[in-house]
Ligand binder design. Structure first.
Ligand code: GUN
Ligand code: ZN
Length: 449
């Protein structure tokens, strides 16, 4: 058992505990730590006081209340490094590739978020679904309308989740309903950033949609917001498809590549997260690494839109930090475990150029890697004492394929691989942020049937 000196422990969680406290791509030996009959001691301040074998934990805290989740897995809460709030309504739209999907399906739907009441209801539902999928921290791509973002931040504050998000802006190549100007983009984004950045667990992310829908002046306005409100994050899309890259080259003939369009505006730094990067040049990878910027790998989206197979090994060799994003609604679910399975499949299809992804590596990508990408690596991402108690309990539904497959798992690592492959939304029994429940399947059944 490992423990901090915190004395005020009133609650113990019991279950099969697993986490990956060291980078499994570089650690010598097995990076996975797991206890078949294990537990967590939760301190009153919302942190983890101890993790280890149940017997040791119980002996150390004999007077604490017990929340017995035996038969369930207790993992660190998942971190989604790229997911779109206004796109739950376009999930599952099979058929088109990226630019056609955006123009034909996604942008018309996102225009509906001008209606504040609609936006607020969608925000509440979206955040509830994150928690229901075991996600406790997320970098959320917002909406184009300030009223929709005001509604979103209110709901995010009430959700108890760790959310970083911002107003999406673009001033060209978009339907009129979604277009702004550099001046208005600065004014609205700076207003929202001053108002919400650092409130509770909320943070602001400066969010140009992508360089396809940006002039240099719009990107410069985004850079100005990031300087105006210190500590804000930056997020956008990068090198997703060859067609998209060709449009960016045509729009920015003076820039050497896609990344340079963001660099010119001061948008590439250690608090920047770029989604996709399926088709980077070596030079772009070198510059991303030097800047300390991160990439959100969104495999189910890349596969569904036919965007390509993500060069994970090239990113890792270049020293670019990579996390996982569901990229709903181009991605196919809000489950980080489904995303991890997709990442596995993509790397296998890359053959010799792919990374071999074990259960431990996949769990790390879905948890600690995301925490690092979002600058939360000292706070969450694993279950070591001192970390915030952001935890998800996964219980194989009775009679499910997951339950059947797990009975045959030879050891901890193979059981984890089975869990990653098969556990989905219906296995999420409870989700906690800083020890507070943000999702409880049993209570939800009682409340909403
Ligand atoms: N590039 C610009 N906008 C989007 C989006 O909404 N989804 C994806 N996958 N790529 C984008
Ligand atoms: Zn996206």
């Amino acid at each position: 058992m490992s423990a901090t000196g915190v004395a005020s422990v009133r609650r113990l969680l019991r279950g099969t505990v697993a986490h990956v406290p060291r980078d499994p791509f570089t650690a010598a030996g097995e990076a996975l730590e797991a206890w078949d009959d294990g537990g967590l001691a939760l301190a009153d301040d919302g942190t983890i006081a101890a993790v280890g074998a149940w017997r040791d934990l119980r002996a150390a805290y004999p007077a604490a209340d017990v929340d017995d989740r035996s038969g369930a897995w207790l993992l660190p809460g998942f971190v989604d490094a790229h997911v779109h709030y206004p796109q739950v309504g376009v999930l599952g739209g099979l058929g088109p590739r990226l630019l056609e999907w955006l123009e034909g399906r996604t942008w018309p739907h996102e225009a509906r978020f001008a209606d504040a009441a609609f936006a607020r209801a969608e925000a509440r539902q979206f955040l509830r679904l994150l928690a229901r999928n075991g996600t406790t921290s997320a970098l959320v791509f917002g909406a184009h309308q300030a009223v929709a973002m005001e509604a979103f931040f209110h709901e995010a504050a009430a959700s108890g989740l760790r959310v970083t998000a911002g107003l999406v802006v673009g001033d060209v190549g978009l339907p009129e309903a979604l277009r702004t100007t550099p001046e208005l983009a600065f004014e609205e984004a700076a207003f929202l950033a001053r108002r919400w950045h650092g409130r509770g667990w909320l943070r602001y992310a400066v969010t140009p949609r992508f360089s396809v829908s940006s002039t240099a002046a719009l990107l410069a306005a985004c850079g100005a917001v990031a300087r105006e409100v210190p500590g804000t994050w930056v997020t956008s899309h990068l090198n997703e498809t060859p067609d998209e890259i060709a449009v960016v080259r045509a729009r920015f003939p003076d820039q050497r590549d896609y990344l340079a369009t963001y660099e010119a505006a001061g948008l590439v730094g250690p608090r920047s997260v770029f989604a996709h990067d399926v088709h980077p040049s070596d030079d772009e990878l070198t510059r991303l690494a030097a800047a300390g910027a991160r990439v959100a790998h969104c495999p189910s989206s890349n596969h569904a839109l036919g965007s390509g197979l993500f060069p994970l090994a090239r990113h890792r060799r270049a020293g670019v930090g990579v996390a996982l994003g569901t990229d709903v609604g181009a991605g196919t679910s809000l489950s980080l475990l489904a995303e991890a399975t997709s990442a596995y499949v993509g790397q296998m299809l890359l053959g010799a150029d792919g990374e071999r992804l074990t259960g431990a590596r996949l769990l790390w990508l879905a948890t600690a890697a995301g925490a690092h990408a979002l600058g939360l690596g000292d706070l969450v991402g694993d279950l070591r004492p001192g970390r915030a108690a952001d935890v998800v309990a996964l219980r194989p539904p009775p009679g499910s394929t997951l339950a059947a497959a797990l009975t045959h798992a030879a050891d901890g690592p193979s059981a984890l691989a089975t869990l990653v492959t098969l556990a989905r939304e219906d296995a999420v029994e409870a989700t906690w942020v800083a020890g507070e429940a943000v999702w409880c399947a049993a209570a939800a059944e009682r409340l909403v049937g």
